[in-house]
Design a protein around this ligand. Sequence first.
Ligand SMILES: C[S@@+](CC[C@H](N)C(=O)[O-])C[C@H]1O[C@@H](n2cnc3c(N)ncnc32)[C@H](O)[C@@H]1O
Length: 390
Amino acid sequence: MPHLHIEKFKEITFPSEHDGVSFNFIADNINHNNEKLIAVTVEGDDFFLLLKEEENRSLLKSDKLTRPASIYNVHKALLAYAKKANLNVIASNVPEQEKNVHLEDVNALKNIEYFASSFTTDKELRVEVGFGSGRHLLHQAANNPEILFIGIEIHRPSIEQVLKQITIQKLDNLLVLDYDARLFMELIPSNIVGKIYVHFPVPWDKKPHRRVISTTFIEEARRVLKVGGQLELRTDSENYYAYSYETFIAFNKTTLYINKNKDIVISSKYEDRWKKMEKNIYDVTMINEEDSPILSLEGDFTFSKPNLSKTDLAKLHSQTKKFDGGFIHFERAYKIKDAVMLRISMGSFDRPEHLYLIVKDDSVEYFPSLPLKSKSNLLAHKFLDKVIHG
Ligand SMILES: C[S@@+](CC[C@H](N)C(=O)[O-])C[C@H]1O[C@@H](n2cnc3c(N)ncnc32)[C@H](O)[C@@H]1O
């Protein structure tokens, strides 16, 4: 995560510009006065820099929720702020001279909006969830040039490693997405995927709501898979296998194949480790046998005029409001000029989305971007509008 340790934070005038970076406004955390967010725009990318003020020094870094696709834009914004405010930088992991070739020049890295806004392809599509080192994904893409692969991962170093390999191997049939695969599944059209690989997912024995395999995930998998398409789960965890089997078999008209210690064409890093330890490996393959209706997402993310005062809004901090099928949690409240900004998580319990919301006297808007148009977000938005309406 790019960051600067600085001696003392100095505020600049907002809005202003430096080295091609626009500094739009600053937001002060109402409950923790050592935290601020700086809204920036770099090459059309809107995101926040996060400031944490400590006793002897401060930390300026990228904000996790709004980080742009290109890490280079974060580097640019951090360096431009430091110059503009004349900050004394004590330590930094941001290169002064750079262009991150692998993230900038590789066309393969797509953001979720790319898939959310009417993504289609004429090719057969295969998806790998949590590709880790990418050994399996890269092998599949290199050996099946006529098939389009989408690799989904949330671990940035793994993504960078795979992007590097895509450039080296000149692969043009592999797209990479840095996003929660469970949300991705809700957005893509029905009946277009040939295979979904879920190899060695984190078992999350103590936090089962974080598991990739769930009833909703299987529902979405059945929707996006073509007739004859397969979801392939491979795990070394007997517990996860048993849990998944039960979750799969609860579906009506389900065809499952179970295998133990089956060899597949390429073994992943994890698989090698478990094999060395002589652990069993379980496969559950689900075959989809039904055509699904097209994905229909009705509604939008507009708000009615708010009724709550700024003081009432700030008081929402830390509160959780539940509704049938999901929740909204008000994580943080910030003061900005003429408005209150809220950081919220919302949606369904096992795959919430985190967002910022700016509430002015007569308007409410998500910032810097709208939630993704998914069933659970549309439902949560309706409920949020009621809460903000008072
Ligand atoms: C145990 S590793 C297995 C990696 C790889 N499949 C292999 O077999 O070597 C699980 C991977 O899934 C990723 N992951 C976990 N939850 C995810 C999610 N919801 N969406 C996308 N990736 C996820 C993790 O970052 C991690 O790299």
